[in-house]
Design a protein around this ligand. Structure first.
Ligand SMILES: CC(=O)N[C@H]1[C@@H](OP(=O)(O)OP(=O)(O)OC[C@H]2O[C@@H](n3ccc(=O)[nH]c3=O)[C@H](O)[C@@H]2O)O[C@H](CO)[C@@H](O)[C@@H]1O[C@H](C)C(=O)N[C@@H](C)C(=O)N[C@H](CCC(=O)N[C@@H](CCC[C@@H](N)C(=O)O)C(=O)O)C(=O)O
Ligand SMILES: Nc1ncnc2c1ncn2[C@@H]1O[C@H](COP(=O)(O)OP(=O)(O)OP(=O)(O)O)[C@@H](O)[C@H]1O
Ligand SMILES: C[C@@H](N)C(=O)N[C@H](C)C(=O)O
Length: 468
């Protein structure tokens, strides 16, 4: 984490000390924007959010041992109970502090974006690189204009590589993150439908994702999902755009098609993961502790990053095998009853929903298969059709029961009911009742997929299943 003096942090955040007699040599260790997790010695950054103004929690920050605090000039300055750095905007100051700290480090940056698979690919990439370098990766899903700066400020001086997840829901956001982080390698995992509401079309989503090139270093490398034609279509537009740092960069494509530089030639699923071989490194068998062909595709990006960094194939394979994955992404769990739970509750969009259902259908060794599906949010004016489309691909010969939660999912259920016998597709408006119904009729040799958008919080169903 950042360790700098008060005077240095004041300069790096483009602020000014609120009093001349502060001890400029006071050491600040780390940054926090949340008094609920602030650690002694941290700089407190009071952000103004949707529910709270962080400035109101100054006393909590002091009580938790904050060494200093940013303070927005348009807020009345309280008594000098703690050294203050006055700034115009605390969020902008946080971002500037992160940018200046990043520029002082001798570090290599990997930026990862895409509609689906950012977190999964970030985790696998970090594991591959950790076989050879000291690596720091985005924790959880801290991938936006607040999370990425905080991640940069967590870096230790001797961190060799940072693997940063870059998320967006609107144009310009990825450009901002890329220009802040100035990556050497950038990855685009895929172009799906996530945040279609704000972007309007998949082509516009592709334009938003290719903004990751804006901060790419000269002679850097773009690693992208080559099976998606929209990426190749929009790339030339960005090269012509002003302000792009890299006028020269390498392109590496990965995907299922043999047109890519990296593609799988054989895959085999076991109960908890997937074995596969590639068109390159033929003597190496790879294994990921993840199910789903889409995760094999994600792992190709991690492999290509490993090759870029000179990691030997044996170390790449070892790193993949030891990947530490973030929860709720095709996470295999067991309920006390023995029921297998495929916990994919973190998020959902049509591409990820289809990938998860495809996996559920392909899995063997289970008596019955149940899908618990929640709404897919932020899909714009096609949202009902997207849900109906999922309903149409459900087949009673493949998935025995379908439980849905959420208003949009009622359309999914309505469509699925055209093929399912009565009572096999059930709509719930209460997660407790859904979990109870599930627990009451499932057995130890069944499997249930739980998936819905972040906003549906279906992990609550998973938690309830763990209690029965
Ligand atoms: C600002 C902040 O971080 N807020 C988080 C906080 O929200 P809460 O409602 O509690 O408070 P406020 O935001 O109103 O509070 C203002 C500040 O006050 C602090 N504070 C509050 C109470 C207290 O007692 N003491 C305090 O100090 C507070 O910490 C604030 O700093 O908590 C919520 C619950 O944990 C968080 O959800 C909320 O986080 C916001 C939403 C956030 O953006 N956090 C980032 C650090 C982050 O990266 N979050 C990611 C999710 C990012 C994401 O959604 N990514 C999208 C793509 C990008 C979309 C982009 N356009 C966008 O808008 O984000 C994706 O699809 O992946 C994460 O948490 O996983
Ligand atoms: N290449 C892919 N194609 C389709 N679905 C995918 C792909 N990769 C991951 N997924 C699915 O997308 C969901 C989210 O995975 P992950 O969190 O890794 O992606 P993300 O891009 O970080 O998502 P978010 O933007 O919601 O943070 C999971 O259900 C996962 O199984
Ligand atoms: C949290 C926000 N970035 C997001 O992922 N929204 C999706 C659509 C959701 O709420 O699930």
């Amino acid at each position: 984490m950042i360790k700098r003096t008060f005077a240095e942090v004041s300069a790096m955040s483009c602020g000014t000390a609120a009093a001349a007699d502060y001890d400029g040599s006071l050491l600040i260790q780390g940054v926090s924007k949340d008094t609920r997790t602030l650690q002694p010695g941290n700089l407190y950054v009071p952000l103004i959010g949707e529910s709270f103004d962080g400035h109101r929690f100054l006393d909590d920050a002091i009580a938790k041992g904050a060494s200093a605090s940013l303070w927005q000039r348009d807020h009345e300055l309280p008594p000098h109970s703690i050294p203050f750095i006055l700034v115009e905007d605390t969020l902008a100051a946080l971002q500037q502090l992160a940018k200046n700290y990043r520029s002082e480090l001798d570090i290599r940056i990997v930026g990862i974006t895409g509609s689906n698979g950012k977190t999964t690919t970030k985790d696998m990439t970090a594991s591959v690189l950790s076989t050879t370098f000291k690596v720091h990766k985005t924790l959880g899903n801290y991938n936006n204009h607040i999370g990425l700066p905080l991640t940069l400020l967590q870096l230790e001086e001797d961190t060799a590589v940072a693997v940063l997840e870059m998320g967006m829901s609107g144009r310009g956001e990825i450009r901002f993150l890329s220009e802040l982080a100035e990556p050497e390698v950038v990855v685009i995992t895929n172009i799906g439908e996530a945040h279609l509401l704000q972007l309007g079309s998949r082509e516009e989503i592709a334009r938003a994702k290719t903004e990751i090139l804006a901060g790419l270093q000269q002679d850097g490398t773009l690693i992208y999902f080559g099976d998606e034609p929209l990426i190749d279509k929009v790339l030339p537009e960005l090269q012509a755009a002003d302000g792009m740092k890299a006028h020269r960069y390498d392109r590496v494509r990965f995907g299922a098609s043999s047109n890519n530089e990296w593609f799988p030639v054989e895959t085999k699923t076991d109960t908890a993961g997937t074995h596969f071989r590639l068109n390159r490194m033929e003597s190496t068998e790879f294994y990921i502790p993840l199910l789903g062909f889409h995760n094999v595709i994600n792992s190709l990006a991690a492999i290509a990053v490993g090759v870029h960094f000179g990691v030997p194939s044996t170390a790449i394979a070892d790193g993949l095998k030891k990947s530490v994955m973030t929860s709720m992404r095709i996470e295999l769990m067991k309920a006390p009853s023995g029921l297998t739970i495929l916990n994919d509750a973190y998020n959902a969009s049509p591409a990820s929903m289809k990938a998860a259902l495809k996996l559920l259908v392909e899995l063997t060794g289970y008596s019955r298969k149940i899908a618990v599906l929640g709404d897919m949010l932020e899909l714009g004016d096609q949202e009902v059709e997207f849900h109906r489309e999922i309903g149409r691909i459900l087949n009673p010969k493949e998935i025995d029961r379908v439980f849905v939660f959420g208003q949009l999912s009622e359309h999914l259920a309505d469509e699925a009911s055209r093929k399912y016998p009565p009572g096999k597709v059930v709509v719930f408006d209460d997660k407790n009742r859904l979990a109870q119904a599930l627990a009451s009729f499932t057995a130890s040799d069944d499997i249930v997929l739980v998936k819905g958008s972040r906003g549906m919080k279906l992990e609550q169903v998973v938690a309830l299943l763990q209690q029965v």
